[in-house]
Design a binder for this molecule. Structure first.
Ligand code: FMN
Length: 175
């Protein structure tokens, strides 16, 4: 069984990538592959660019990764209350190949931010829209104040109560 995990961010120091990497490590008995959106960077989507470029190989490659997964784990970064441009751009390109981008896969959605909001707005947007794109959302969890809750040295969550919540949430992927 295979889990594809990624942060919906193209930051090279993404806190969502740190969170999703930790959360994925708590899933027992699955092979986990962590993707980096920087490996799928595409020009800004427009109708004209699509006429020029067709369906870019990187969009096909990303869709193939989704297709290869038994389950998905995504952690969303919030930019101005919504998706990062990097994620939305890749999603738009992939949706032109296959509107059901998420292929009826079970998934767990996470989000985090440095502040107490925990990127809740983007998480709410993702929860509401994902089912239209073939996602079977099993659970979601916003992690507030990332830097106060995450130990970068040991790559783990500092507070046992929050750690339990993350572990319980990601394990719902397996049900
Ligand atoms: C353009 C921009 C807009 C942002 N807007 C929000 C926001 O609306 N809500 C929020 O909680 N954080 C916001 N932030 C802060 C991000 O949560 C922070 O940069 C975080 O590290 C992004 O996640 P990442 O490190 O995984 O990319 C914003 C940051 C940038 C650069």
């Amino acid at each position: 069984m295979k889990v594809i995990a990624f942060a919906a961010s193209n930051s090279k120091t993404s806190i969502n990538k740190q969170l999703v990497t930790y959360a994925a490590s708590q899933i027992q008995g699955y092979n986990v592959e962590i993707l980096d959106l920087n490996d799928y960077e595409l020009p800004l989507y427009s109708h004209d660019k699509e006429l020029e470029l067709g369906q870019p190989a990187l969009a096909h490659a990303f869709l193939k990764k989704i297709q290869s997964a038994d389950a998905l784990l995504i952690s969303f970064a919030e930019h101005n209350g919504s998706y990062t441009a990097a994620y939305k751009n890749l999603f738009d390109w992939v949706s032109r190949i296959e509107p059901k981008v998420y292929q009826d896969k079970p998934m767990v959605l996470l989000s985090t931010s440095p502040g107490p909001g925990g990127a809740k707005n983007v998480l709410a947007a993702a929860e509401a829209s994902m089912p239209f794109f073939g996602a079977e959302v099993k659970a979601s969890l916003s992690v507030p104040s990332f830097h106060e809750n995450f130990d970068p040295e040991n790559g783990g969550i500092l507070h046992p109560h929050l750690n339990d919540k993350i572990v319980t949430t990601v394990q719902l992927l397996q049900q």
